[in-house]
Write a protein that binds this ligand. Structure first.
Ligand code: PMV
Length: 345
């Protein structure tokens, strides 16, 4: 019976950059993020003779997967199977699967879909097995994309570094649930250019930076401060630590060999302008950037109108907005096999 699941991206406040084990995506340090409530990615997984994957855009047109993307999806399936086997629950898990991915993530909005895709797949794979814990779903998600381990949870979640070199040696945990603190992410996309180095390749370069060891020493303190700021809903504290960590990650990226320059002139200008605006108008807003020039402006509700107006005023940029989401979940009935589905449409 096909299993259907949905998930969404997340935005990191303490960044995940660098692994201790590239193959298993075991992180070198902790990280922390806020799960977004949109855009969604939906997957349908069915039992099949051999592994196959197809991907569709918002308007249902097929987006052919590259050889590399296909290989990553198949490898993820095999690792998930191996993990379930290791913990002794793979009995009902299919020998192979066909996977359909439907992404509502608009092209070029600078939101990586991998966190949403792999957390949705983990959720669907977990559906073949009885009573898998959220921790196990988070491990399954991590095997496809480290940051996907965090999208399994709603609200705020921490991807904990963990210990050991096993498949299950790192996972995410929820820090605060979705209703805890009403924050927003106003996303400004200055360039739709495809990035040249994806995060999978980028993580492997982190250790070539002479700044990486210092980053590893600082992250535990930042992670702690970030968790406190979230629990206490202290926006000033959150802003300070999130911006410090974002700039530190980009310093590591830029000092890698070869250097990874994800930010562009527009990113720097937007950051300068928002700093000026928040000082002038006393706004609870912070900026953060992942592996691309897109600026995420995370703000409290009181600052939202001013931040939206600021984003709209950015010429030549795409703008997108999200609240805090509930994390990945299975959806029932699966529209592909339900006879009743037409009644709900
Ligand atoms: O999960 P990955 O391998 O796509 O890595 C995500 C890396 C960043 O987005 C730059 C940071 C983060 O913590 O999400």
């Amino acid at each position: 019976m096909p299993i259907r699941a949905v998930s969404t991206p997340n935005i990191a406040l303490i960044k995940y950059w660098g692994n201790r084990n590239e193959e298993l995506r075991l992180p070198a340090a902790d990280s922390l993020s806020m799960t977004l409530d949109q855009p969604t990615v939906e997957v349908v997984v069915s039992q099949s003779e051999r592994f196959s994957a197809r991907s569709f855009e918002k308007n249902d047109t097929e987006r052919p997967l590259s050889v590399k993307e296909n290989a990553r999806l198949e490898r993820h399936f095999l690792l998930a199977k191996k993990y379930l086997d290791n913990i002794g629950v793979a009995g009902a898990f299919p020998a192979s699967a066909s996977v359909e991915i439907r992404s509502n993530i608009p092209k070029g909005i600078g939101l990586a879909s991998s966190a949403a895709v792999f957390s949705a797949l983990a959720e669907a794979y977990g559906g073949f097995v009885n009573n898998l814990s959220r921790r196990d779903i988070s491990i399954l998600a991590r095997l496809g994309s480290g940051s996907a381990s965090r999208s399994v949870f709603g609200g705020f979640s921490a991807f904990v570094v963990g210990e050991g070199e096993e498949l299950g040696s790192a996972y995410a945990e929820q820090i605060a649930p979705v209703g805890h603190w009403k924050l927003w992410d106003v996303i400004i996309v200055p360039s739709q250019e495809e990035k040249k180095t994806g995060s999978t390749e980028g993580h492997a370069l982190a250790r070539t930076s002479s700044l990486f060891e210092a980053r590893l020493r600082d992250v535990p303190r930042r992670q702690k401060e970030c968790i406190e700021a979230i629990r206490e809903k202290d926006f000033g504290k959150l802003q300070k630590v999130a911006e410090e960590d974002c700039l530190d990650m980009h310093a590591v990226m830029m000092s890698s060999t070869p250097p990874l320059r994800y930010l562009n002139d527009e990113t720097h200008r937007i950051v300068r302008d928002i700093e000026e605006l928040r000082t002038r108008e006393h706004l609870a807003v912070l900026y953060t950037m992942d592996a691309g020039p897109t600026v995420h402006l995370v703000c409290e509700e009181s600052a939202l109108p001013a931040v939206q107006a600021f984003a709209h005023a950015q010429k030549g940029c795409i703008m997108f907005e999200a609240g805090i989401g509930g994390g990945s979940r299975r959806v029932w009935p699966s529209y592909q096999q339900s006879h009743l589905w037409h009644l709900y449409k």
